[in-house]
Design a protein around this ligand. Structure first.
Ligand code: AMP
Ligand code: ZN
Length: 116
C-alpha cells in the first residue's frame, strides 16, 4: 500500500469506488470518467507503478489480471461482442495514475484507429 496512491486507497476501501470484483491479488472497479458504455479498471492489489516496473515474479499476477478482465467481460455480457483491454504506460503512453491498471472498454464498436 502506497499511502498517496488513489488506487491503493480504493483497494484498501479507504477511497470510494464501485468495486465489482476483489480477491487477494486484484481489484476491479468502475472508471470514474467512463470513455465507453462499459469502462472498468482491473488493478493488482500490489502497488506496481507501471508495466515498466513489473518483473518476472509478477508474471502470474499479470496473467490473473487478464483472466479477471475476461471473467468481468463475460459477466457484463460483452465477451462475445468484443471489447478492448488497454494498459497505458508512462507519459507519452497517456498514463495518469501510476498504479498499474488494465482498462476494460466495451459496449460499443471501438475504433481501429483511436484509443476508444
Ligand atoms: P490512465 O490514463 O491509464 O492512467 O488511466 C487512469 C484512469 O483512472 C482514467 O480513466 C481515470 O478516469 C481513472 N480514475 C482516476 N481516478 C479514479 C477514481 N478515483 N476512481 C475510478 N477511476 C479513476
Ligand atoms: Zn497504488
Amino acid at each position: 500500500m502506497t499511502a498517496d496512491c488513489i488506487f491503493c486507497q480504493i483497494i484498501a476501501h479507504e477511497a470510494p469506488a464501485e468495486i465489482l470484483y476483489q480477491d487477494e491479488r486484484v481489484t476491479a472497479f468502475q472508471d470514474i470518467h467512463p470513455a465507453a458504455p462499459i469502462h472498468i479498471l482491473v488493478v493488482p492489489n500490489k502497488h506496481i507503478p507501471s508495466i515498466n516496473e513489473a518483473s518476472e515474479e509478477d508474471a502470474a499476477l499479470l496473467g490473473h489480471m487478464q483472466l479477471i478482465a475476461q471473467k468481468i467481460a463475460k459477466e457484463q455480457g460483452i465477451a462475445s461482442r468484443g471489447y478492448r483491454l488497454i494498459t497505458n504506460v508512462g507519459n507519452e503512453g497517456g498514463q495518469v495514475v501510476y498504479h498499474l491498471h488494465l482498462h476494460l472498454l466495451g459496449g460499443k464498436r471501438l475504433s481501429f484507429t483511436r484509443y476508444i
